[in-house]
Design a protein around this ligand. Sequence first.
Ligand code: TXA
Ligand code: MG
Length: 332
Amino acid sequence: MDTKIVEINSESLAAAKKVIQDGGLVAFPTETVYGLGANAFNDDAVKEIYRVKGRPQDNPLIVHLHKDYDIGKLVYGVPSYAVKLADRFLPGPLTMVYKSRGTVSAAVSCGLDTLAVRIPSHSGAQEFLKYVDLPIAAPSANISKHVSPTSAVHVYADLAGKIPYILDGGNSEGGIESTVLDVTGEVPCVLRSGLVTREMIAEVAGDCTVFVPREGVKVRSPGMKYKHYSPDCRTMLFPYDEIGKAKEAYLRAQADGTRVYILCDAACAEQIGVKNILCLGKTEEDVAANLYGKLREGEKVADLIIAVAPEKQDGIMVGVMNRLTKACGGKE
Ligand code: TXA
Ligand code: MG
């Protein structure tokens, strides 16, 4: 199959709509990462997502809606705090997990009685969702376990030959996946951290917990148990206060003839003073926005990426650290 990267216009939207209606897959931009979309009502189309990505069958998908879609068709029992959160943060990088009406394909939620719903703010995503006017099930548009895509070119690198169209909406500004929040309980509970932080949610909802996976406790967001976001090379991860050790590891690797790069923010880059740097930028927002692009850049030139964690560990850095640990922390 020939894969085309296309600008978003009336012609490409019509072509994309036809693919979706016929049960095919289309990649589209969002403000977090690119998504690989299918008609959520079509069982075979949703199953095709798992096949194309090589995704485990028990890791459920998020349904994406345009902002005027009636969410009541898909879910029920929405608590008042979730309505407040939607008013404050949507459209935007917050996914909420509701009680499902079971109207979409059971393959979306892998048989769970809940449904994750997201209303992205990216104008291209909204145009696409409005044009097809269907709930679109979509994971990140990468091969399972690989680094998530933040540009059309990243999607092409993973999925060329497997899907007909990639709608090009430029670089994703947010850079890490949406916050996933369980709103089926009395108090909202963060299942995956992201750019909408626990503090921001608690301020609107009054309270907010964070799910911490523990042995013996049922995993509430099945995606959490898998290795994720990994570049196609060896990796190491050091905390900020071990910059010296990171530098030693770099110098040792270089002496062995290993093509080694340090992945870190601008403050660390200045301190560490080595040649091969993958710099994530200055601000927290830059670090989130550049993380996946730099991991993908790095895997092309490096045998080993040595990541140094940012000094700050709160706010949106919680989400960044979660991704960085899974990408470079070496855990299966
Ligand atoms: O920003 C994003 O959320 C991106 C863009 C494309 O929208 N999508 C994304 O999808 O990151 P994916 O499939 O890579 O991650 C979906 C996450 C997984 O951790 C999954 O376990 C969780 O959402 N999830 C989906 N449905 C769920 C449910 N019913 N209950 C609990 N967790 C759920
Ligand atoms: Mg993903």
